[in-house]
Ligand binder design. Structure first.
Ligand SMILES: Cc1ncc(COP(=O)(O)O)c(C=O)c1O
Length: 457
């Protein structure tokens, strides 16, 4: 019997190490141009990258992208890569969708940013309502900002101080959501940079799929808003139990908290996002990243009653800064792209293609996992698929944290990339876009098969 500590996610650790080292060498040896360019130019950046998470990729050094179109990237060494790392990005509907690229070219002739609306803004407003429902909309640059503003509104209209989030959640770099649950208590996440206040004073953390833990927090009378994704997509993926969202809705109403649904990732679940597909009823709806086809844009909408309450609050507040908004928000380029995306990119046909491809990927990966007898599972919501290197299904953020296997995932990601497939670096998320081809999906399944066959030999 092998020593159990020598086994990780069903794989012999020594085998994993050998394969990880071989794949890292292979990546580096294949990219002399990238290596030379980084050597010459990266030193101007803090820690050699323009954004710190570019270091989170498992390869020995980042790829430098030369171009991207549809669901494909080309790096400066000339490798064509099938891009399945779309689900964490603004390119969930593919890179540079044609209607968006056209809208950018047209708007570029008419000014990039000014603090006034355009006719396209009015059309985009109508499309937002048509797609996502009866909300009064505001536009932000990022989903992080949209969530921050939504939470301010919830506190303003409820007069309550705290936001309730779920263990393992991510809603952007919103301070209030940077808490976790330890032994039934809410604590500030330990890794935060420069954090000097105790976030448990402004936030409470419950477990996903555990309505009792939600109700216990609501009973304190302190909760202004429940902020949640419909499906947890920022840990290993956790689907809601049947009845969980109904329960959240009922509890929020019963205890006078607003329900904020963050669809930034789950917009890939189907037309109108998970909310429309599954009939959720949020008080505030947030969507970002891909909503303008890659142009940095987020939209957040208030149900008419919340909008009325907020406007009443606004009329009565002291004059001066409200803490809402940023200079570049709601610029004309955003509206040109938002209108193009909502009208011509996020279509029913596009979602049908995405869903079908995701189903193919999900069943292909599942077959490989069962053939090699790996103690793993695959989970999917709409166009978003994740393999998890642990048994499932997972029910909450604590279970998802335990299922995360960084060592195994890093090896797999590099090995997949060496076989022409890019997946998200943080866990094992893949997204099928309207531009993703069947042959790309089959190549990914084939590469996964080749690697797992070796890992589990
Ligand atoms: C569910 C969710 N909400 C909000 C955000 C924040 O988006 P951004 O980084 O574009 O502000 C993210 C980012 O990953 C997210 O996953």
């Amino acid at each position: 019997m092998p020593n159990p500590t020598e086994i990780i996610a069903g794989i012999a650790r020594s085998r994993l190490k050998t394969i990880a080292e071989r794949e890292a060498r292979r990546f580096a040896a294949a990219r002399p141009k990238t290596r030379a360019a980084l050597e010459a130019g990266a030193g101007n950046y803090l820690d050699r990258v323009p954004m710190h998470w570019m270091k989170d990729w498992p390869m020995p050094f980042p790829m430098l992208v030369a171009k991207a179109a549809g669901a494909r990237l080309t790096d400066i060494d000339g490798y064509g890569i099938d891009d399945f790392c779309l689900g964490d990005t603004g390119s969930m509907f593919g890179h540079s969708p044609a209607p968006v690229a056209k809208a950018i070219r047209k708007q570029a002739k008419n000014g990039l940013t000014y603090m006034l609306p355009t006719e396209a803004a009015l059309e985009a407003g109508a499309l937002l309502t048509e797609r996502f429902g009866d909300f009064k909309w505001q536009i932000a640059m990022t989903a992080t900002d949209a969530n921050r503003f939504a939470l301010r509104v919830a506190r303003a209209v409820s007069g309550k101080p705290k936001v309730l989030v779920f263990n393992g959640c991510y809603h952007g770099t919103v301070d209030d959501a940077m808490v976790e649950r330890q032994n039934g208590r809410t604590v500030t996440r330990p890794g935060l940079t420069g954090q000097v206040t105790d976030l448990a004073e402004v936030a409470a953390c419950a477990e996903f799929n555990d309505l009792a833990s939600v109700e216990a927090e609501l009973k304190t009378g302190q909760i202004a808003a429940i902020l949640t994704e419909p499906v947890m997509t920022n840990s290993c993926m956790v689907l809601p139990d049947p009845g969980f969202h109904d329960g959240l809705r009922k509890l929020a109403t019963q205890y006078g908290a607003l329900l904020v649904i963050d669809e930034t990732h789950t917009i890939s679940s189907g037309l109108g996002g998970y909310t429309a597909v599954h009939g959720l009823d949020p008080d505030i709806f947030v969507v970002g990243k891909c909503v303008a086809g890659g142009m940095p844009t987020a939209a957040w909408g208030l149900r008419p009653k919340v909008a009325t309450d907020y406007l009443a609050f606004n009329a009565g507040r002291a004059s001066g800064h409200s803490g809402m908004g940023t200079t570049l928000s709601a610029n004309p380029m955003q509206f040109a792209c938002l209108r193009a995306t909502l009208a011509e990119v996020m279509t029913k046909d596009a979602y049908t293609h995405m869903e079908k491809g995701a189903e193919r990927l999900c069943s292909g990966l599942s077959e490989v996992i069962s053939r090699v007898n790996a103690p793993w599972h695959v989970v999917r919501v709409g166009a978003r698929v994740e393999f998890v290197c642990a048994p499932g299904p997972l029910r909450n953020g604590s279970e998802a944290a335990m299922a995360h296997m960084p060592e195994v995932e890093a090896t797999l990601h590099t090995a997949l990339l060496n076989r022409g497939c890019l997946i998200a670096p943080f866990h094992n998320m893949m997204l099928i876009s309207p531009a993703t081809k069947k042959r790309q999906i089959d190549r990914l399944i084939g590469a996964f098969d080749e690697i797992l066959t070796e890992l589990f030999a």
